[in-house]
Design a protein around this ligand. Structure first.
Ligand code: FES
Length: 111
């Protein structure tokens, strides 16, 4: 609830989006963005307000500074954790997941 209130006014695009439309997925759902978007821009424009959850308390975060200084927008992109949604440009077909905690990847169990 609080996160939605904090982001309510920052979710609107300013001006027309630039570039061709591209599709990516967030948590398995298709998100249509534009070539000029960052992941954060695309998610906010699509109505997504939570990108990451904190390690211990599980608090929901949806970005704070939007200039790469905090860790409130970390997402997992194509299996790579700790990617800042506010700095990462969108790319067609990218698979974006909400990051939970530090985004540690489970070690592979080999034969
Ligand atoms: S919103 Fe702060 S680093 Fe992305």
């Amino acid at each position: 609830m609080v996160i939605e209130q904090q982001n309510r006014h920052s979710a609107a695009r300013i001006g027309e989006p630039a570039g061709a439309p591209v599709s990516l997925s967030f948590e398995g759902q298709t998100v249509v963005a534009y070539e000029s978007d960052t992941i954060a821009t695309a998610l906010l424009a699509a109505g997504v307000r939570v990108f990451t959850m904190t390690e211990i308390a599980g608090d929901r975060r949806g970005g704070f500074c939007f200039v790469g200084r905090c860790a409130d927008c970390l997402v997992v992109v194509d299996g790579q954790a700790n990617q800042r949604a506010c700095l990462t440009p969108v790319r067609a077909g990218m698979d974006v997941r909400m990051q939970r905690g530090h985004g540690a990847v489970e070690p592979e169990v080999g034969p």
